[in-house]
Design a binder for this molecule. Structure first.
Ligand code: GEK
Ligand code: PPY
Length: 235
């Protein structure tokens, strides 16, 4: 279904409710530049670090697109676990897993309180940005502790720049991208308002610091388009 969530006047903050979940795959494809390529890179790096029967967690799995694709592309068994606290998203995830015949343990839980131990790989694409900063630092420590030795954490985030001029230019370029994806100025500005104080982006430097402070030995940017970045961290 095509995303028309912000065509009408919206007076509330952004929420992962039924309206958003029903159009979510279309929304991500049209709102995150190079979403498919970023997902493909995530899977490529993931498979290079995985062995038979490893545990893989996707934090904020939404409709489970990434784990389904990983399951499809792996030629050995993996224990795939998707965590999200939106029932509407998980209902869609469940249907997709069934349709694609991929076995995923879907958990309706909060990332901050759920357990994800013995993980060889943790993925969290475009989700940490919705966690309040103090909680976010705690969550990264929890992720670090949950990983096996040499385990990896792949995550993607919308980012900002410390340079005001470049930051403004990046936002303008991103809004032009959204226009090319068929969103109107009205939809763009409505979504911007709904995301205010909900999506809290860090700079690349802040993301790197947060990762190294938690104890990870290595941090690398594996993809970047203007204000959208994908990173890999090694325990
Ligand atoms: N505290 C929380 N606990 C659990 N889930 C949460 C929490 N906060 C937010 N979520 C969930 O995190 C997901 C973020 S979307 C991820 C896209 C996906 N990774 C993808 O690559 O397709 C990104 C976006 O919409 O920009 C939603 O499904 C929320 O319900
Ligand atoms: O910042 C925006 O306007 C976005 O649309 C970013 C985004 C993309 C997909 C889901 C939530 C937020």
């Amino acid at each position: 279904m095509i995303d028309k969530v912000f065509e009408k006047s919206i007076k509330k903050q952004f929420e992962f409710d039924e309206d958003v979940a029903s159009v979510f795959d279309d929304m991500l494809n049209r709102s995150i530049p190079f979403y498919k390529q970023m997902q493909e890179l995530t899977i490529n790096f993931a498979l290079n670090h995985l062995d038979k029967d490893d545990y893989v967690y996707d934090l904020g799995c939404s409709t489970a697109s990434t784990l389904i694709e990983l399951g499809k592309q792996s030629n050995f068994n993996l224990n795939l676990i998707g965590i999200d606290n939106s029932s509407a998203m998980l209902a869609r995830a469940k249907k997709k897993c069934k349709a694609f015949g991929i076995d995923i343990d879907l958990k309706n839980e909060d990332l901050l309180t759920t357990n994800y131990d013995h993980a060889q790989l943790i993925i969290s694409n475009y989700t940490l940005q919705f966690i309040r900063p103090l909680q976010r630092e705690k969550l990264i420590k929890k992720i670090y502790n949950a990983l096996n030795k040499k385990g990896i954490f792949i995550f993607s985030e919308k980012v900002i720049s410390n340079n005001k001029v470049l930051n403004k230019q990046s936002i303008d370029i991103y809004y032009d991208f959204k226009k090319t994806q068929g969103y109107s100025e009205y939809e763009i500005s409505q979504k911007r308002e709904a995301l205010e104080n909900v999506l809290i982006p860090y700079t690349d430097e802040e993301n790197k610091k947060m990762i190294l402070d938690a104890g990870f030995t290595h941090f690398e940017t594996i993809f970047k388009w203007v204000n959208f970045a994908t990173y890999i961290a090694i325990k």
